[in-house]
Design a protein. Sequence first.
Length: 94
Amino acid sequence: MPAPRNKGEKVLWGVIVDISGGGLRFVSRTPYRQGTVLYLKYKLEIADKEKEFNMAAMVLSSEQIPNRADEYQNRVKFLNMNTTTREDIIKYIF
């Protein structure tokens, strides 16, 4: 899910567990510092078509999941999202 923005940056994976028009929550094996900006790349199926999203998001929190070694629940807020992208995510939710 998090993806490099520039050549040479590290690719780290996560699983989205909740998404809204303003941000998302994902589980990963990597903890992130509050305020860190991540470049996210993920796909959602909207109206029977797969759509790829590439966007920046700021980490709001990152907490270890109880009783799950090396797994973290991360919450992020989307940055600079345009109206069309927000509407597409809302369509996915409903």
